[in-house]
Design a protein around this ligand. Sequence first.
Ligand SMILES: Nc1ncnc2c1ncn2[C@@H]1O[C@H](COP(=O)(O)OP(=O)(O)OP(=O)(O)O)[C@@H](O)[C@H]1O
Ligand SMILES: [Mg+2]
Length: 295
Amino acid sequence: MKIPKRIQPLVDDGLVDEVKSQLMSGKEASVYIVRCGETIRCAKVYKEISQRSFKKAAAYREGRKVRNSRRARAMEKGSGFGRDQQEKVWQNAEVDALYKLAAAGVRVPQPFGCFDGVLLMELVTDDEGYVAPRLNDVLMSEEQAIEDHLVMMSYVVKMLCVGLIHGDLSEFNVLVDEYGPVIIDLPQAVDASANNNAEWMLTRDINNIRDYYAQFAPQLAQTEYAKEIWSLFEKGELKPDSELSGTYQEVETAADIDIIMQEIDAARAAELERRERAKEASEGIDDSKFNWSES
Ligand SMILES: Nc1ncnc2c1ncn2[C@@H]1O[C@H](COP(=O)(O)OP(=O)(O)OP(=O)(O)O)[C@@H](O)[C@H]1O
Ligand SMILES: [Mg+2]
C-alpha cells in the first residue's frame, strides 16, 4: 500500500521497507503491518494530541517523572513546547513499558523502538501466521479459562513488582496466540507507587480480566485477587512469584474493637481513680494526721 506520511521518515531511515496493510485505526493510534527486511512487524502510529480522546489523561499522568526541569515546567504551563514534550513522554511511555515488562517476564510484543511517534514491535500472530485475535473474540473451555486467568494474574503481579499498572487492561487489550495471552496497548501505564489512583486502577484491571474469564469458569467470579495483590503490594511483600490464593481475609475488626474497648474501659477506670484521689487530697487534708507539736 501507499506509505502513510507518518511512516515515511522510518522508510527514509531504512527502519521499514514496506507497509503491507492497515490493521486498524483506533481512538489513539493507527496500527499497520510492515515489513522490515525479512521480518513482518507491527507499526503503531500515535495520533496527534488534538485527535486523541484524552478523557482521563491527568489521572494517568500523575506521578510520571520528568527529570528535565525546563521540560517539567513547560509541561505544567501547557505551552507549545510543553505540549510537544508531553507528547514525547506519552509516546515513549509505551515503548518504555514494553521493554520493562518483557524483561520482567510478562508476555508483550517484543519492542524495536519508537521513532518519530511510531512504535515498531513484533506482530503477534496465531499458529498459521494470521494476526492473533483479541481475547474478547476467543471462546474457551472452563479449564483453559482457569489456566489463562492464572497466567494473567501472574503478569499483573510481575508488572506491579516493576512498579507498573496497565491502567486500561481488559479483554480488548490482550491478544491470544498459541502460547497464551499477550498484553498490548500500554501508553497509559501507571506508576504504581506515585499515583493516588493506583489502587482503583489495579482493581479495575484485575476485575475486567476476572469477569471475562468468569464467563467460561463461573467460580472465578468469587475471587478476590485485586484485594489480595494490593494488600501484599502495600505491605511490601509482593514478589514476582508470590503464591496467590484469590481470597482475601478482611482485617478482624471485631476482635480489634474488643481490645480497643477494653483499653478505653481501663483508661477510664484509671482516670476516675486518679480524680477520686485528687479530690480526697484537696478536701480531706486531715489535720489530725499531722502532729504539729513535734515540729
Ligand atoms: N503487536 C501487535 N500484534 C498484533 N496486533 C496488534 C498489535 N498491536 C496492536 N494490534 C492490533 O491493533 C489493535 C489496536 O492496538 P492498540 O490497542 O495498541 O491501540 P489503540 O489505539 O489503543 O486501540 P483501541 O483504542 O482500540 O484500544 C489491537 O486491538 C490489536 O488488534
Ligand atoms: Mg487498545
